[in-house]
Design a protein around this ligand. Sequence first.
Ligand code: NAD
Length: 347
Amino acid sequence: MPDYPIQIGDQALTQLTSWLEGASFSQLLVLDDTHTHQHCYPKLVPHLPAHAVHTVPAGEQHKHWQTCMDIWQAMTDLALDRKALVLNLGGGVMGDMGGFAAATYKRGLDFIQIPTTLLAMVDASVGGKLGIDFEGYKNHIGLYREPLGVYIFPPFLGTLPAEEVRSGLAEVIKHHLIADAAAWPQLRHQTDLHALALEPIIRHSVQIKADIVAADPQERGLRKALNFGHTIGHALETLRLASPHPLLHGEAIAVGMIAEAFLSQQRGLLSTEALADVTEYLRTIYPAVSLDEADIDPIIQLAYHDKKNEGGQILCTLLAGIGHAAVNQPIVPADIRAALRYYAQTG
Ligand SMILES: NC(=O)c1ccc[n+]([C@@H]2O[C@H](COP(=O)([O-])OP(=O)(O)OC[C@H]3O[C@@H](n4cnc5c(N)ncnc54)[C@H](O)[C@@H]3O)[C@@H](O)[C@H]2O)c1
């Protein structure tokens, strides 16, 4: 586990209060978005000392430098100094962008992540990756910086729309596929998302993510395991970013995991039965994404911009059996084409 506290459970906000009482900071700023300001901030307020709040528009389409400019302006208007502390209250967008704004203001303010979506609880809030989108490229500008703590309060999920819960589950599924073969059969039979016991799932996923990140904070090797499903998934998500019907992160990653499981099977790394199992489960949980032949070339072009690539080669994380990842696997455009056709055929 990393060397900052990650508190999970109904007591998380009380634990945050205790931590703040013992901490030394000059000012406290809560960053939230319009939805988390409405649904989550009222639950957080009783646990905080005096603070300022700055609310940004909700949604991935606002994860860009103009919103950061507003945040930096608010920090400047509040005359925040280097000892100020920022609390990011929201999903992966607020955590990534609020953390980025904090980490760059006056060369870096400390910040705490208070994730409010399943995706942010199980994935984005842990690991110190911060950033914003740029000119249509996802997370193109950013840096690594760890928070002072992560406080995960599962009751926040009570107001999260069902499709956002399903989106977050994609990262839970990924964690099973790359790191826990023993737990996979149990998850694989959970198809009623309303019946999911979320707190144990969050604890399980955070443990996997935190262990991987602690072993390889700067993504030199092992951490690349977390990118399973993300080479093709991110490219597809980016392609749809500007469309009238953007995909949620998890919906795109679900397509990416099916496509990259197919490539794993093609290379003899994953059995045909395991590929069928993974495909069937993801197809059951996630809505079908219709892909035209015309989408394939733009997805390939976008995959060439993936941050994991080296020397102009697309490097992908595949599965080496369920529960294990094979990182740095070179793939070529024909692979992506075949994998997306496989996805389309399985619908
Ligand atoms: N840093 C990382 O390691 C990492 C990992 C995975 C994903 N990400 C990033 O995370 C982002 C996606 O995160 P997300 O799926 O959480 O999206 P999000 O932050 O946009 O949240 C989804 C929607 O839910 C709303 N919302 C949040 N909490 C709510 C609550 N409790 N009740 C009601 N509404 C609520 C938000 O306002 C938003 O409209 C992407 O930008 C992705 O790049 C980062």
